[in-house]
Design a protein around this ligand. Structure first.
Ligand code: TZP
Ligand code: MG
Length: 223
């Protein structure tokens, strides 16, 4: 990633809307079909992560997924990267990585009323994310992952706990990277607010039972 500061943002006070503290089980998927499948079986937080450019196909996936999310109660639907389309479609929020922070119009996102989630992988990135006063903070990869190529070693649970003590009650914390059912059970003990996952659900032989198990596991988690 390009590590430059944005002079135009120094000293600016952002105030993104809050989102539920306990975002819970947070699947990250790559199609509107997946959004529909998972919301139908009771998932309340979900992210559409399409790594293509802003094509017409991407656009229709985002609009379809927003429409689906609006058919379900109390769903927090986040769009990865494509913040302009997220605003146009009326998504609940947008999730941005550190590189995206260089190019995204954060003022426009803030004014649109969308929530903002930000990925972090180091103290430097955490400090930078906190300066934006976002709706939640994600830390990854907590465990080794094959779903995304990343230069960082797995962060581990100790790092996750450090993030938690820094964020305290001010920002929800989402753990991501290599999380499956047994690991979600372990992470639940750490008090993290939310667990995000790609492959544990989308590569599962039986995604329905895995998702139900995760949602059930997290159901009594009110931290
Ligand atoms: N960001 C940090 S780890 C990761 C992303 C997008 C990939 C998570 O995928 P999986 O399959 O749950 O490890
Ligand atoms: Mg991104």
């Amino acid at each position: 990633p390009r590590l430059c500061y944005r002079a135009d943002l120094i000293g600016k006070h952002f105030d993104f809307p809050a989102c539920p503290k306990n975002l819970g089980v947070y699947p990250v998927v790559d199609s509107a079909d997946w959004v529909e499948r998972l919301l139908t079986i009771g998932v309340k937080t979900i992210q559409l992560r399409i790594k293509d450019k802003a094509t017409a196909k991407t656009r229709s996936e985002i609009f379809d997924a927003v429409a689906t999310s609006q058919q379900h109660h109390e769903v927090s639907f986040f769009v990865n990267d494509h913040w302009q389309m997220a605003i146009e479609a009326g998504a609940y929020g947008v999730h941005l990585g550190q590189e995206d922070l260089h190019d995204a119009n954060l003022l426009e996102i803030e004014q649109s009323g969308l929530r903002l989630g930000v990925s972090t992988h180091s103290y430097w990135e955490l400090a930078r994310a906190l300066a934006l006063n976002p709706s939640y903070i994600a830390l990854g990869p907590v465990y080794p992952t094959t779903s995304k190529q990343m230069p960082w070693a797995p962060q581990g649970i100790e790092r996750l706990q450090q993030w938690q003590s820094i964020l305290a009650d001010q920002y929800p914390l989402v753990a991501i990277g290599g999380i499956d059912v047994p690991r979600a059970r372990i992470l639940k003990q750490t008090g993290v607010n939310s667990v995000a996952m790609i492959s544990a659900i989308t590569q599962a032989d039986d995604y329905q039972s895995v998702t139900r198990e995760l949602v059930h596991l997290w159901a009594d988690h009110h931290l």
